[in-house]
Design a protein around this ligand. Structure first.
Ligand SMILES: [Zn+2]
Length: 499
């Protein structure tokens, strides 16, 4: 190998594989990435090792399953080796620009190994998330609270109040004049790319590791109007988008929101298009700076998103369906400008070691995943089961009681998938080749040897987690929690370590 390669890792929140062009989506969401795919490796079965964000990124950065240090530990442990620390140790200049995801902060250890770390979570920088304005309580809201409390006496009056209040809010919102840009809750991809480009321009000659995390396809969905037009969605005004997001977020059954699905998907797809176009801008900047020919680029996602499949919206960790765990993955190596499609399953737990081998940097010993670089170059990934794990219905990991719920584990190979629900003490087995929608699990007696193979993979996974000696790493993570939260946190964490 000649000059050391730089590494550009782009992760896109909530980007499901089947809405991306290069694996085969019909709508023009990713024209630029499609062109890159002509000289890159395309992974058709890339699977997140956990979902959502806080269960996916420990695998992406530290090549560790999310609950391997205990269900109560979220994020990267202090001093835990990561892709960034390995590359920094090898002389890379490292930088991260993340679009205000609260779970990807120094608090959760993600700044480790990055000389520049900009998470846009500080309101003082003026580019952070823009929470919707809140009115100070006045006479009208006091009256509203009184009516709301009075309506709680029966289910019927409570439902009637909820309906009336929702539509009153929509009538009120329709009069506002904010644009899509003003309504958006996270910095858009163009803001992140601008900052990253400025960082690239000031770089020394050394190889760099740049990580971007883009939030455009994360709800609420407010794509720029230009992106809507380019994806053929037609016009959706900002007030209409606000109405659609409010409706989509209502705590009502799927039948009540299904009629808005087409428009909501248009907003989601246009958000993906905007990401694609900003990646294109970034690559043009790298070309201009004469760094593109030395850059290994990867584009993937932490997890997907549901649009009423199985009745669900967004990405709550429930059931581990394909819409949540199947992510796009594109790897463009400057050494192998070839178009290759890899069909075998690939877990994102293997991503960091694969990247490190491809650029010739030693892999940290604690990494659980293995490099697949040789198999990737050969264009042939083995059909070995890959594992995804999470804690069921943990939607707010800041709440300790949610983190301690039961585990969900999925094992998936090219054709089959087994989901083990530890709360229900049940497993669900799917034939993905004949039932890609996972509409009906197979009966236990059907395909029993395939089911046994995946059950064995789940069992090996659990045994591996149990036998790994990570007590020191775990204690460091517990201590961080204690320092950041309260003394009660430490006593309970140490107690569970000892048990
Ligand atoms: Zn996420």
């Amino acid at each position: 190998m000649g000059k050391p390669q730089s590494v550009l890792l782009i992760t896109v929140d909530c980007l499901r594989a089947d809405h991306v062009g290069f694996p085969g989506y019909g709508r023009p969401t990713t024209p630029f990435l499609n062109s890159i795919a002509q000289q890159a490796y395309v992974f058709r079965s890339a699977i997140a090792a956990g979902t959502p964000t806080y269960y996916s990124f420990p695998a992406i950065h530290a090549s560790r399953y999310p609950t391997a240090l205990g269900r109560d530990i979220i994020g990267i442990a202090p001093e835990e080796p990561t892709l960034a620390t390995a590359l920094q140790g090898a002389g890379y200049t490292t930088g991260a620009f993340l679009a205000a995801n609260p779970y990807l902060s120094p608090h959760f250890g993600y700044a480790q190994g990055f000389q520049t770390f900009q998470d846009f979570l500080n309101p003082a920088d003026g580019k952070t998330a823009r929470p919707e304005s809140r009115q100070a309580p006045g006479r009208v809201s006091s009256l509203r609270r009184f009516v709301e409390q009075s309506s709680q006496q029966t289910r019927l009056t409570s439902a009637a109040y909820g309906e009336l209040h929702f539509w009153y809010c929509q009538w009120h919102n329709a009069r506002e004049t904010r644009t899509m840009d003003q309504l958006r809750c996270y910095p858009a991809a163009d803001v992140i790319v601008d900052e990253a480009t400025a960082w690239l321009r000031a770089l020394p000659e050394e190889p760099f590791f740049l990580w971007l995390h883009l939030m455009d396809p994360h709800h609420p969905y407010y794509p720029p109007e230009a992106a809507l037009a380019a994806t053929g969605a037609g016009e959706i005004s900002a007030p209409r988008a606000r109405f659609l997001n409010s409706m989509w977020n209502r705590d009502v059954g799927p039948a009540r929101v299904r009629r808005y699905l087409r428009e909501v998907l248009s907003l989601y797809d246009a958000s993906i298009y905007w990401v694609d176009q900003q990646i294109s801008r970034l690559v043009h900047s790298l070309q201009e700076l004469q760094r593109w020919d030395e850059t290994l680029m990867l584009v993937t996602a932490d997890h997907g998103e549901q649009f009423l499949e199985h009745g669900a919206r967004y990405h709550s960790p429930m059931g581990l369906p394909e819409q949540l765990i199947h992510v796009p993955l594109l790897l463009r190596s400057p050494e192998f400008l070839t178009s290759k499609v890899l069909d075998g399953p690939f877990s994102l737990i293997d991503l960091a070691p694969t990247i490190l081998e491809s650029v010739g940097v030693e892999t940290p010993r604690n990494f659980r995943g293995h490099s697949c670089w040789k198999q990737v170059k050969a264009g042939n990934l083995p059909d070995e089961p890959v594992i995804t794990e999470c804690v069921e219905a943990c939607n707010n990991p800041f709440r300790r009681e949610e983190r301690m719920r039961s585990r969900l584990i999925a094992a998936r190979d090219r054709s089959y998938k087994l989901v083990v629900n530890f709360r229900e003490q049940k497993d669900y087995f799917y034939d993905l080749s004949n039932d890609p929608e996972e509409s009906a699990p197979l009966r236990p007696e059907v395909l029993s040897s395939e089911r046994a193979r995946l059950l064995h993979a789940v069992r090996s996974h659990l045994q591996q987690i149990k036998t790994n000696d990570e007590s020191d790493t775990r204690l460091r993570a517990c201590l961080r929690e204690f320092q950041q939260l309260d003394s009660a946190g430490l006593s309970s964490s140490v107690a569970s370590t000892a048990s």
